[in-house]
Write a protein that binds this ligand. Structure first.
Ligand SMILES: [Zn+2]
Length: 269
């Protein structure tokens, strides 16, 4: 199955109220589980033993039933992705223009800052309210900027960004390796979740209050420094930023030439 087919399937499953994950064209346990439920609900006869098929067959079979119910012929509903199924599902996608998702340019589209509460829910507060946070294990050991003798092996992430953060850290690790990460000071942690207002504001909450922003190496990337001084603006760090940006994250340094320490899962208003 091509990501286009999986995007289509995820969109349909979401429309049936069975899928709440990202429409990202990546088949995972959420997509498989929703496909299995869709097969029960769509009411099409299924071969014996279908319930214990592996996840990919449930996903393929859900598309076969959807194609058949729309009048296309995918062959038998068997969960096998053959040429007839491919052609029938392509025809189904072509026939339902409104369902056709944009090609997944980035796997995620984060909201703009103004839509952050609607997308992520309430921010954390100093009184102890917390957004839904997940501990993402980190592939390298982080040193804490304000006490370099202390280390951390995880980052807090909003549950909606956790899968993305996991992929990003893994790609950064793969690209640079632990030794170079250390030399480049990419292992210096300066902040993740923090229930506080935006610096310099009395009313606007920081993206950190939702657990959707990270700061790295603040001592060499001060808030008001531009690319002439900030370490993270140097060419060595371009792959680091491109890995974040490939998942739709926004660097304030790269977009506004300030706060080079910071990256967030929200677009600027
Ligand atoms: Zn920050």
């Amino acid at each position: 199955m091509h990501p286009t087919h999986i995007c289509f399937l995820q969109t349909r499953l979401a429309g049936m109220g069975l899928y709440t994950g990202a429409i990202d064209g990546l088949r995972g346990p959420l997509t498989d589980m929703a496909s299995r439920r869709a097969l029960s609900r769509l009411g099409h006869p299924l071969p014996q033993g279908w319930a214990i098929w592996p996840g990919y067959r449930h996903a393929a079979a859900a598309l076969q039933v959807m194609a058949r119910q729309a009048g296309f012929d995918p062959g038998p509903v068997d969960g096998h992705w053959g040429l007839r199924t491919l052609q029938a599902v392509n025809a189904l996608i072509d026939s339902t223009e409104e369902d056709r998702p944009d090609p997944p340019v980035t796997p995620h589209r984060w909201p703009s800052e103004g839509d952050v509460p609607a997308f992520y829910g309430p921010h954390g507060t100093p009184e102890g309210a917390r957004p839904p946070l997940v501990q993402v294990p980190t592939p390298w050991l982080f040193r804490i900027a304000w006490d370099l003798s202390q280390t951390r092996r995880f980052l807090w992430a909003h549950e909606k960004t956790a899968a993305s953060v996991t992929r990003i850290l893994s790609r950064i690790h793969h690209h640079y390796g632990a030794a170079r990460i250390h030399d480049l000071r990419l292992d210096i942690f300066s902040g993740d979740y923090a229930p506080r207002l935006m610096r310099g504001s009395r009313t606007r909450w920081s993206m950190h209050a939702w657990g959707i922003a990270y700061d790295f190496d603040d001592t060499e990337n001060r808030l008001h420094w531009g690319a002439d001084r900030a370490r993270l603006a140097r060419p060595d760090y371009r792959p680091f930023w491109e890995i974040w940006e490939a998942e739709g994250w926004v660097s304030l340094g790269r977009t506004q030439d300030r706060d080079w320490m910071h990256v967030q899962a929200a677009h600027l208003d």
